[in-house]
Design a protein around this ligand. Structure first.
Ligand SMILES: C[S@@+](CC[C@H](N)C(=O)[O-])C[C@H]1O[C@@H](n2cnc3c(N)ncnc32)[C@H](O)[C@@H]1O
Length: 263
């Protein structure tokens, strides 16, 4: 070896410390990537906002093929109506009555001295309802054309049924206020709708947030009637059922399961 050549140094090479340092930085980057906050998945636009409409508007053409017998199987209308009886002599509103699935059953139960106010925003639905109504019941039913901002009547009622409609309402707060305005202290509001929502883009189903719905009722000045806990309606396989009263109502004696007649 000539005297001008550098002598190789013994021990670790000079850049050996770089290897663990790079490893450390790399691990930190991987950890930061994995721990980053992820956006919550939204199944389809708007469905995450429980306060707003979570179902497309009802389509009469699609509904036309739905067989009452098939619906009876999951809707269990007689068992539902049994929970809210007696009806004799009551004034009952069927909001969003559609083709009258509940209207005709309510009209039968309120008897000759009672009345059913059947409303809908669709004149076509009301026409079909009128055509389907048994002539014996027709005298007990008033058909009312509503619109998205108007109930269509001002008369006080003893019960209000809102079946398979709530999910179609865009602005639920004002809608509930309009219902409250036609209720007296003994009136009850029955809201029934699907427990699940199906994403039309992929067919996946997820549960409705019932707590968010309850909060809307509270915010609008309603409370659940303790006589009708939602567990009482667990016989419904596909739907929830809330029975509400005005929060300001004195309420009935909890032991009183008598009729909800107007005072
Ligand atoms: C799915 S259908 C249910 C019909 C009926 N309640 C039943 O259980 O067969 C919903 C109905 O609500 C009506 N609707 C939607 N928004 C409404 C509103 N703001 N006031 C009254 N009816 C409404 C629709 O036109 C439609 O006929």
């Amino acid at each position: 070896m000539s005297p001008s050549q550098p002598t190789p140094r013994a021990g670790r090479p000079r850049a050996a410390w770089l290897i663990p340092a790079v490893g450390l930085v790399w691990s930190a980057l991987v950890f930061a990537y994995l721990a980053r906050p992820l956006p919550l998945p939204t199944p389809f636009p708007g469905s995450e906002r429980q306060g707003e409409r979570f179902r497309p508007l009802y389509n009469a053409e699609l509904a036309a093929g739905v067989d009452d017998d098939l619906r009876d199987f999951w809707q269990k209308p007689q068992r539902l109506l049994e929970q809210l009886k007696p009806f004799e002599g009551l004034v009952v509103a069927d909001i969003g009555a559609g083709e009258g699935y509940f209207t005709k059953r309510l009209a039968d139960r309120v008897g000759e001295s009672g009345r059913v106010i059947a409303t809908d925003i669709s004149q076509a639905a009301l026409d079909t309802l009128a055509a389907n109504l048994d002539p014996d019941l027709a005298d007990r039913v008033s058909l009312v054309l509503a619109d998205a901002d108007r109930l269509g009547f001002e008369q006080q009622v003893d019960q209000i049924w809102v079946v398979q409609v709530f999910g179609e309402i865009d602005d639920k707060g004002p809608f509930l206020q309009r219902l409250k305005a036609v209720m007296h202290d003994q009136s009850r509001l029955v809201i029934i709708d699907s427990k699940h929502i199906t994403d039309p883009t992929n067919g996946f189903t997820r549960p409705i947030n019932l707590n968010a719905i309850k909060q809307q009722f509270t915010a609008a000045g309603f409370e659940l009637d303790p006589l009708y806990p939602i567990t009482r309606f667990h016989f419904l396989p596909k739907q929830y059922c809330f029975v509400l009263r005005r929060a300001s109502a004195s309420g009935r004696d909890p032991g009183d399961s008598g009729p909800l007649k107007a005072p």
